[in-house]
Design a protein around this ligand. Structure first.
Ligand SMILES: *Cc1c(COP(=O)(O)O)cnc(C)c1O
Length: 506
């Protein structure tokens, strides 16, 4: 509060909002109920509270204002441009939300008899059909609940297949150094060891270094394509050939699928398994922890090891295979999630896909790539692009343009907040110094991109003109200034205590 400019701590209509417990006033209520009649018997078996629950006491308008103000503090894709890379914070049409809320979908229960959920099973089956068509792959495991979960599912199928072949000794997984952190984590969770492979100066996998690392103990390569630098792995066919030549599998991290939907079939690249983040590519709002879904497409060789349960076409309608003995020819590696997957996310994805159509999906990926290249071209001379040539759906800069200015990538991001923008992704991927990764997505207009470009260029000019102090002060116009993020992460205060309690504790 020390450096706020107003008496209240508010800034114009930006209200300084306390916790709801701090707002409460003992005895204040939002309803008017008659006092309960005294109870002379204990229906709770001696478990009745001895003192009142520590609930906040508020009148109705206070409660309404509190939650409305909190909702207004949420910066999201509905309030402004969100150039965060590596995560595809795209516009998700309201139509998909509306479909997911239809009572027939929203109220369906996983314990309902299969005869009463034929429509729901058809949604899962139709979506699976689209995912197979878009990737050219013969099978898809629908139950993974996130991208990382999909990686784990694909690796478990690979492990099961290797064991079935008598090659359980293949326990090493090759992961490029630019990979998302979930890749090595998933491999480790599957009991594999992780071996990092370097990138070349052009930001792509070093094929020679990869080939040198291949051997009889390698289970698979995990490669992201387009990779986390926003680049298409141009040698991917040769990479697949080398990996298969060494008897290993080729896992693809498909989180960046939105760059190539309708343009590249995964099967044609020699990929054996790939997860698809439905919440990044196919319309589910995310950020803040889910829900998401990470269906994993599988090659014919891996398909028999897919986890239970899965949907099949029966003689009269759809059936759900819940047990291995109901699936001749399959050796499922197990079950990875309760029930049948993230059904609400499936409904959104199918609604999105059907409303876009095959041509619309192709257009969306083309526009995403066009928008990213527009940003790259317009910022090329003001920032320092990490790699030469065009990009895919996101463009990557590093902090060379800030050299000797005293301004860091972090300062630059904080200054963007003052300008009303959510910052780009910072310091990821790790393969370049002080990364600034920007993904505009396909729905942003040229005017939005131009306005953003003008701000970024002006900030870059300020930094180069020696105005570092201004950057160190940023953000200046937010309800909170720069936080001690390390302290907040290490010593989070997650529980509110009444002031009296706090004094007693001290
Ligand atoms: C988002 C992302 C993941 C992980 O996906 P989650 O759904 O967050 O688990 C993996 N790899 C890349 C490249 C990603 O962008």
């Amino acid at each position: 509060m020390a450096d706020t400019l107003t008496v209240s701590g508010n800034r114009a209509l930006m209200i300084e909002e306390p916790l709801i417990f701090e707002l409460g006033h003992p005895g204040r209520v939002g309803v008017d109920l008659p006092a309960p009649a005294p109870v002379d018997f204990d229906r709770l078996g001696g478990c009745r509270r001895s003192e009142p629950a520590a609930l906040p006491d508020l009148a109705e308008p206070q409660a309404v204002r509190h939650y409305t103000r909190l909702s207004q503090k949420n910066y999201g894709i509905d309030t402004g441009f969100y150039p965060l890379g590596s995560c595809t914070m795209k516009h998700n049409p309201r139509l998909a939300e509306k479909m997911a809320r239809l009572p027939g979908f929203a109220d369906v229960h996983p314990f309902q008899p299969v005869g009463t959920i034929q429509g729901a099973l058809e949604v899962i089956d139709s979506l699976a059909g689209w995912l197979k068509a878009l990737t050219g792959m013969p099978a898809v495991a629908m139950t993974p609940a996130a991208g990382a979960h999909g990686e784990w599912c694909g690796l478990m199928a690979i492990r099961a297949c290797l064991e079935a072949r008598g090659q359980g000794h293949r326990r090493r997984v090759l992961v490029p150094e630019s990979a998302h952190g979930t890749n090595p984590a998933s491999a480790a969770m599957c009991g594999f060891s992780v071996d990092s492979i370097p990138a070349k100066d052009d930001g792509r996998v070093d094929l020679a270094a990869l080939t040198a690392k291949l051997g009889d103990d390698v289970a698979c390569l995990m490669l992201t394509n387009p990779n986390t630098c926003g680049l298409f792995e141009s040698e991917i066919i040769a990479i697949a050939g080398a990996v298969h030549g060494a008897g290993a599998f080729f896992y693809c991290d498909g989180a960046n699928f939105n760059a190539i939907v309708g343009r590249v079939r995964i099967a044609d690249l020699g990929i054996d398994a790939m997860h698809i983040n439905l919440h990044k590519t196919f319309s589910t709002p995310h950020g803040g922890g889910g829900p998401g879904a990470g269906p994993t497409v599988l090659s014919a060789e891996l398909a028999p090891f897919a986890p239970l349960p899965f949907v099949v076409h029966g003689t009269d309608g759809f059936r759900l295979i819940e047990h291995a003995h109901d699936a001749p020819g399959h050796q499922p590696f197990g079950r990875i999630k309760g029930y049948h997957g993230q059904f609400g996310v499936f409904v959104r994805a199918l609604a999105y896909i059907m409303s876009m159509g095959a041509d619309g999906l192709r257009q969306a990926s083309s526009d995403a790539v066009l928008n990213a290249n527009y940003l790259l071209a317009r910022l090329n001379d003001a920032l320092s692009p990490s790699f030469a040539g065009p990009c895919m759906h996101e463009c990557l800069f590093d902090d060379r343009f800030l050299k000797d200015t005293g301004v860091t990538t972090l300062d630059f991001a904080k200054a963007l907040i003052d300008e009303g923008y959510h910052p780009m992704t910072m310091y990821f991927p790790l393969v370049v110094h002080g990364a600034l990764l920007m993904e505009p997505t396909e729905t942003e207009s040229r005017e939005t991109l131009d306005a953003f470009v003008a701000v970024v260029r002006a900030l870059a000019a300020k930094a180069k003109a020696g105005q570092a102090e201004e950057f160190k002060q940023a953000p200046r116009f937010t309800p909170r200034r720069r936080l001690d993020e390390t302290l907040a992460a290490r010593t989070p205060i997650l529980r509110w205590r009444p002031p009296a309690d706090r004094q007693a504790a001290e």
